[in-house]
Design a protein around this ligand. Sequence first.
Ligand SMILES: Nc1ncnc2c1ncn2[C@@H]1O[C@H](COP(=O)(O)OP(=O)(O)OP(=O)(O)O)[C@@H](O)[C@H]1O
Ligand SMILES: [Mg+2]
Length: 326
Amino acid sequence: MARIMAVTSGKGGVGKSNFTLNVGICLAMMNHRVRILDADLGLANMDVLLGIRPNRTLEDVILGRLGIGEIIFKTDYNVELIPGSSGTQDMADLGREQLEELVKQISAVSASSDYLLVDTASGISAGVISFLMAAPEVIVGVVPEPTSLTDAYAMIKVLRKNDYPGRISMFSSMVKNSSAGHNLYKKISSASQRFLDTHVEYLGSIYHDDKLSRAVTDQVPAVVRYPTSDIARCYRIIASTLLGQDSVEADHEKFWTRLITMLVRAPKHKVVPAGQAADTQKNGDLRGMLHKLLDEQRRTRELLERLVEKIEQHDMSIRPKPGSFV
Ligand SMILES: Nc1ncnc2c1ncn2[C@@H]1O[C@H](COP(=O)(O)OP(=O)(O)OP(=O)(O)O)[C@@H](O)[C@H]1O
Ligand SMILES: [Mg+2]
């Protein structure tokens, strides 16, 4: 049965999606069967990071159009992606029996993988929290900014107040070095221990590294694009730390039921006030633009690389051979 870990944060933009993807790839490189579930229902993150556009999502499974096996996307990096989807009106009509049937079908994913890493939206919304409560392990990402610390603490507090039974771990993100990362952990763990009587485990730190932003632009995961970089080493160390942890008891059916419930309730096609509807439209447009920009950037880079190659070949061909006269 898969070990299920949900990656989240109080504040957005801390590096969760990159963490999920790169740590997942490291675990796969260590010969484990890894699946990543993209459950961030705002902007799907994984497809942008991977430069892919899966056109089948969990929505197709929930509506009975496809089986779970048909939506699992094989990436180039030995990890498989399960694209999430926010709710539609049809999904909201799901009855109890249908839900149970679906859970049976979808939870096959747990049986046929070793690790299921779930990338979630940041922040404390009722839907996300209720879903996190059913995840056997929650990993919180924190960056060295006061708001990130307080938001992460608030997230742990909400889990604690709801009697979260699983394991809470954290990673420090965008830090200067490992001692800065550890300091961040000490702040969170001592506050959680003292005021919430809650233990938080430490997974390690991810350094701030411009190579990560470059890898994101290239739409190639950092551990693949820059395997010898500091940041790739950070992700590998965290993957090894995860491997060293004891397993946590997990109620897989509960997890999948909550996941489906969260997707079904996510407000994509619900009747929304005009202003919000415009926002949804705007998000779609923005996403299209982002894809276009990244495509363009990649094409330009490829073109430049080919040009440089040609110039180098040309230089070689006109360079005099040693000992010859021109
Ligand atoms: N370790 C790092 N070093 C440098 N830049 C980073 C690092 N981690 C993240 N970033 C920057 O932050 C951006 C957002 O990262 P990512 O998408 O992984 O965050 P996220 O927490 O998933 O965001 P969201 O809350 O929007 O889902 C990246 O595109 C990159 O530019
Ligand atoms: Mg993200």
